[in-house]
Design a protein around this ligand. Structure first.
Ligand code: NAP
Ligand code: MG
Length: 484
């Protein structure tokens, strides 16, 4: 055990769970190292947090937006003071390299600042009434209590990109972080506590998804649930919340394609494929997983891809020599191994990697080699299901039209990219691709906080997060007709 377990934060107080149990978080780069532990809470504690959030919402929503903004600015400043420590914890807890972890924490700070400013921007429209003597306007108002359920792969940025807009628009929140990123999330919560939010405005309850997450979904006082995670869990949350008339937002998995047309800049396309596919060990929801290449350049592209993939350095991410870290957990490691075996079983050709790395210290972690499959066809499991690991599937097509059709032949639709210089190809890609994030001559991963973010098809409930789009979810509208 490394120190005391992190506590829940309920109604402005740090509290131990009544269960008396904790959940330990391990370093995936060294399975013998416990990074920290959090409370294994019970249903009664989610309900208590929701009750506190409900109570606090009454006065929180009455504050001027600018005043709520000040709390967010303060949280941003405190997060900045703790950046180094939080990023290091993230690297140790889920294996993301330290530069990436710092980048993510910096993103969290920027998001807080962006939404802090939102407290002073327009929250409605003036609409001309047919009655000339009346004033008619719309006004955005908070929904109430928001349940926030987040995954482990962005343990700082995702909780913040949900909580910051929820709070600025006058809602109160209960955060249930992913267990595998909960120690990092607890440190973020400490920053919120230090920022001095009134008691009950921000609450934090850790524990198993099926108890705490499900508890938030079922509690009738949770007016809205915002979820990011896997498709199966998300779909169930959507059902439960909808059944009781609540609002929900689901951002889920992807099976993101990158198309390489014959006129592409091959070198740039190779770099984008590796960076978009294998950075963060393939554990971003926007990671490229299917690499769809035109036949005329297929061999040339493949050769260069393998050559450059061989240069990837793997390690624990704590210094600059690491390009790629371990899988985030034993479960994730086993899932990736399962899909690699499945690819081989179903007839794809393994042209690079495919094995656990057992050299030196790496044997103590959940490391898998950068892996590339060739001759992958669309009916194969590895071309359809999200792997969430360092695995690329090469697929061959004759035309760009065929490439787009193949790209769309999955249940997901989060992000998609094309490398081409041909404007006709680019325009048809923009028009025909079934994805919420459409990227040209750039990798599939990459999100800007001021722009809408979200997927199509099974990747999303079609709601959008971030930027101004967040307002849609975290508020509802009053239409006011005023006559003297
Ligand atoms: P997950 O297993 O679905 O978990 C997500 C969250 O839901 C966690 O907090 C989890 O708690 C909780 N949960 C688990 N079972 C639950 C249940 N029955 N009821 C309510 N909540 C429950 O996903 P993950 O493994 O953490 O994250 C990886 C997935 O997230 C991938 O599919 C990835 O594509 C997706 N993702 C999507 C986006 C996006 O914006 N589209 C961004 C990042 C990640 P526990 O941790 O305690 O199980
Ligand atoms: Mg999980």
């Amino acid at each position: 055990m490394s120190g005391k377990a992190f506590l829940n934060y309920i109604g402005g107080e740090w509290k131990e769970t009544v269960s008396g149990e904790v959940l330990e978080s391990y370093n995936p780069a060294n399975k013998n190292e416990v990074v920290g532990s959090v409370q294994s809470s019970t249903r009664s504690e989610v309900d208590e947090a929701v009750a506190q959030a409900k109570k606090a919402q009454k006065s929180w929503r009455k504050l001027a937006g600018a005043e709520r903004g000040n709390y967010l600015y303060k949280a941003a400043a405190i997060l900045e003071e703790n950046l180094e420590e939080i990023a290091t914890t993230m690297t140790k807890e889920m294996g993301k390299s330290l530069p990436e972890a710092k980048g993510e924490t910096t993103r969290g700070i920027q998001i807080l600042k962006y939404y802090a400013g939102e407290g002073m921007r327009s929250d409605g429209d003036l609409i001309p009434s047919t009655d000339a003597s009346a004033l008619m306007f719309s006004k955005r108002v908070p929904i109430g209590v928001v349940g926030v359920i987040t995954p482990w792969n962005f343990p700082v940025a995702i909780p913040i990109w949900k909580m910051a807009p929820a709070l600025i628009y006058g809602n109160t929140v209960v955060l249930k972080p992913a267990t595998e990123g909960a120690v990092t999330a607890a440190k973020v919560m400490k920053c919120f506590e230090k920022a001095g939010f009134p008691a009950g405005v921000v609450n934090f309850v850790t524990g198993s998804g099926s108890v705490i997450g499900q508890g938030l979904a079922e509690n009738p006082d949770v007016n809205a649930v915002t979820f990011t995670g896997s498709n199966n869990v998300g779909k169930n949350i959507g059902k439960v919340v909808a059944a009781r008339g609540g609002k929900y937002q689901l951002e889920m998995g992807g099976k993101n394609p990158i198309i390489i047309a014959e006129d592409a800049d091959i070198e740039a396309a190779v770099d984008a494929t590796l960076s978009g596919g294998l950075k963060s060990t393939g554990q971003k929801c926007t990671c490229s997983s299917r690499v769809i290449v035109q036949s005329s350049i297929y061999d040339q592209f493949k050769e260069r891809l393998i050559e450059k993939a061989k240069e990837i350095t793997v390690g624990d991410g704590m210094d600059a020599s690491t390009w790629m870290g371990p899988c985030a957990s034993e479960g994730q490691f086993n899932t990736v191994k399962h899909y690699i075996a499945k690819g081989q079983e179903e007839g794809a050709t393994l042209v690079l990697g495919g094995n656990q790395i057992t050299e030196g210290n790496l044997k103590d972690g959940y490391y898998i080699e950068p892996t590339i499959f060739d001759e992958v066809t669309t009916n194969m499991t590895i071309a359809q299901e999200e792997i969430f690991g360092p695995v690329l599937a090469l697929m061959k097509v004759d035309t760009v039209e065929e490439a787009i059709e193949l790209a769309n032949d999955v249940e997901y639709g989060l992000s998609a990219s094309i490398f081409s210089k041909n404007i006709d190809h680019i325009l048809s890609f923009i028009d025909d691709i079934e994805a919420g994030l459409v990227r040209i001559n750039s990798e599939t991963a990459g999100v800007e906080l001021q722009a809408p973010f979200g997927g199509m098809k099974a990747s999303s409930s079609y709601s959008r997060e971030q930027g101004q789009a967040a307002k849609e979810f975290f508020t509802t509208t009053k239409t006011v007709f005023l006559k003297g």
